[in-house]
Write a protein that binds this ligand. Sequence first.
Ligand code: FES
Length: 341
Amino acid sequence: MESPSLTHLVQFRVVSVTAETNDAKSFRLQASEPLSYKPGQFLTIGIPSDRGTVARCYSMSSAPHEDDVTITVKRTPQGYASNWMCDHVAAGDTLTALPPSGNFVPPAQDADVLLFAAGSGITPVMSIAKYVLTQTDRNVALFYANRDPAAVIFAEQLRVMSKDHPERLHVVHWLEELQSLPGTADLQRFASVYPNYSAYACGPEPFMNAVTDALSSQGFPGDRLKREVFQSLSGNPFEIEEMVSEPGADLSSVKGSCNGASFDFDDWPSDVPLLQYLLSKGVDAPFSCRSGECGACCFQLIEGAVEMEQNDVLDADELADGYRLACQAKPSSESIVITYD
Ligand code: FES
């Protein structure tokens, strides 16, 4: 079996760097090749360090219809990679990344959207808001929490967007220095006006939990709330390990489609994760962390069964809908049928 390779790395030239606040910068990037992505997705960027390359996921704040790709990065205390980005990356530099990935994406046919963001969680939310306002006729309601006015990333852009779409965009800025942390009751009050919207939340875990509690206590269906969870990646997706399978391992078949291309293989060893197997077969399967932490490799199981070693991202509703992580999935049936599309 061939080893998987990183043939699909993307080089980006940094076109400009803009300070959004004292501790957040936007990096406008130009890809070395045509790049398609969906609103709300992220790039996994390789950051040089003493330990070799480390990988970090940064959401795009741009929307796909815009000319350049923009990521927005906020410093975090002791955050090596985000501080390195803010301190060292300048116009003219080159960054290497995995292709865009992530599932914090509104479907093409969706309801109006209810967005919750706290701090730098606004980044993918901004991408979704821009997409929905300019590429659809749907409405957007945004609850955006920050420590104080100086910490509000995209304050001016949001003001302009509200002016351009007064009937379709409703933004509530929540400032913790004046109003304390937003609690479940505060979020409920905001959400209660939009019972039929689809919800998207990105921010620190306590904020996301408060959003989840607020919506579920109002009877909001769990499958209409998407949460974006970023964790530091423990593995390094820029280094691909040798694929090892014990001689005599059981073999399963896997049939499916990815990026519109079909595949049908019949020698998937029971001790090899599906992602590694598909990459070794030349399938352009998406991935980032390869350790069950980011959701980039998510696929939908249509027939058969797999077992996952680790899952920090898929919730009970997503599992019930057949979603699984390819980097963690090993076969537990003789054949499976899947789709990435
Ligand atoms: Fe991140 Fe599989 S690649 S969860």
